[in-house]
Design a protein around this ligand. Structure first.
Ligand code: HEC
Ligand code: HEC
Length: 391
């Protein structure tokens, strides 16, 4: 079997040939290729070999008895915690939902949060870089809003400390929704349906602070249902396939993924320099600290199979590509001598990635049923009318 490993490694390296050597910046070319699944073609006889090994050698059979789960892995709680000054109520969530889907929150009344965070894509968008209202292309991949209530910092670089604070940033950023917050307050106060609801929920008229609170409450309500993985953690042994269980064993064992992908979100909420790219300064962009250069927050792996493309800049368009990145061997330093933290898995057999992939797929919850909100009628200056429902 070892010769198969070597062959597939060579195959992978050959396929990776078109890409610049590590450390990247990986150029945008060479994307769109499912490297590992192509290299896996050469492994198509592997299951037969394994079957043969399993039937002839009992030590290769599935381990029996209770699978030992690392205590750093936990199921997702049913509800996200809310801060004391913004308790979650159903009226507030309903108001936040309307705001999330209302294009009147943008400068030109054409773009809502849901233009990029799409309900049928686990509140991500399925593309590498989206565009703001003015047509300017962003440089980071849209994050999913499902389960965001469990993080304690926001954005790829952690520059927002709460969902309340985060929500106002895309609204006023000119390359996103391009709406000055004073103008936002003026517009919302001219819509009687909103004024009435803000009074009811907050006891005051629409303001930037209450808009942030309502949007935060809505996003805290976006909690995914239990995945196969959660059911397994809660004791349902058969919820994971044999391959996914081997993937979990690797994830918490030899592959070392658990070092950063742990806790209910499978994210430690910390910042790491993985060496995916040196084009974006990451956390150092706002901390301005040398040691934060190229650092990004560990992303949650929940629903990860549904939210391609991957990494802060959407560089990899399949999980196979992400796994190829981890299994392709790494330098230990960035070009300017900073320590890189991606695990070096060059010594591991490439077949690991089949099981890791099965495990990652088991982290998805069923897509939640979605009903678009009804938006309060009203127009501004008689010319701008809001589209009702899904953008
Ligand atoms: C033009 C596309 C676009 C629009 C519109 C948009 N977002 Fe985002 N969103 C993004 C991108 C891109 C990121 C990642 C940005 C970064 O890390 O710098 C992001 C990140 C986030 C995050 C952080 C998630 C995490 O895991 O830390 C939240 C929460 C969020 N957006 C909510 C909203 C809300 C609420 C609105 C509307 C007020 C909104 N977004 C409008 C593209 C968009
Ligand atoms: C040292 C910490 C660390 C370890 C160990 C680690 N990761 Fe990651 N992982 C990260 C960070 C940080 C990112 C985001 C990097 C970026 O965007 O530049 C990431 C990104 C990912 C993504 C992309 C998710 C998305 O939504 O874009 C996947 C999938 C992933 N890791 C899986 C794994 C697997 C599988 C392993 C084990 C083989 C692993 N990771 C090991 C920190 C780690």
């Amino acid at each position: 079997m070892s010769c198969i490993v070597v062959e597939s490694r060579n195959e992978l390296e050959r396929l990776m040939d078109g890409l610049p050597p590590h450390p990247r910046p990986l150029s945008r070319k060479g994307r769109g290729e499912d490297l590992l699944s192509r290299s896996r073609q050469s492994l198509r006889y592997l299951p037969l070999l394994l079957l043969f090994a399993a039937t002839t050698n009992s030590s290769a059979a599935e381990p029996t008895g209770r699978f030992k789960i690392d205590p750093r892995l936990q199921p997702l709680p049913a509800a996200a915690p809310a801060p004391a000054d913004n308790p979650t109520t159903s009226e507030k969530v309903a108001l936040g939902k309307q705001l999330f889907f209302d294009p009147r929150l943008s400068g030109g009344n054409t773009m809502s949060c849901a233009s990029c965070h799409k309900p049928d894509r686990y509140f991500a968008d399925g593309i590498d870089w989206n565009k703001g209202e003015k047509g300017v292309t962003l440089v980071r991949n849209t994050q999913s809003c499902v389960n965001v209530g469990f993080y304690d910092s926001y954005f790829w670089d952690g520059r927002a400390a709460s969902l309340e604070e985060q929500a106002l940033i895309p609204i006023e950023t000119d390359v996103e929704m391009n709406q000055p917050l004073g103008e936002l307050e003026r517009e919302l106060n001219a819509i009687p349906g909103y004024v009435e609801q803000f009074q009811k929920v907050f006891g005051e008229k629409p303001s930037r602070a209450t808009v942030g609170k309502a949007l935060a409450a809505y996003q805290r309500s976006l909690v995914g249902g239990p995945s196969k993985y959660d059911r397994f953690l809660l004791g349902e042994e058969s919820a994971l396939s044999a391959s996914a269980k081997r993937g979990l064993a690797l994830f918490q064992g030899e592959a070392g993924c658990i070092k950063c992908h742990n806790g209910p979100l499978l994210s430690d909420g910390q910042f790491h320099r993985m060496g995916v790219s040196e084009e974006d300064l990451g956390r150092a962009k706002w901390t301005e600290r040398e040691e934060d250069r190229f650092m990004f927050r560990t992303p949650s792996l929940r629903n990860v199979a549904e939210t391609a493309p991957y990494m802060h800049h959407g560089l990899f368009n399949s999980l196979d590509r992400v796994l190829a990145f981890y299994y392709n061997g790494k330098p230990t330093e960035s070009t300017d001598g900073l320590r890189l933290e991606a695990p070096d898995l060059l010594h591991r057999p490439l077949e690991d990635t089949d099981d890791l992939l099965e495990f990652l797929k088991a982290l998805s919850s069923e897509p939640a049923e979605f009903t678009p909100p009804e938006l309060p009628p009203g127009s501004n200056n008689g010319s701008k009318t809001a589209a009702v429902g899904r953008p």
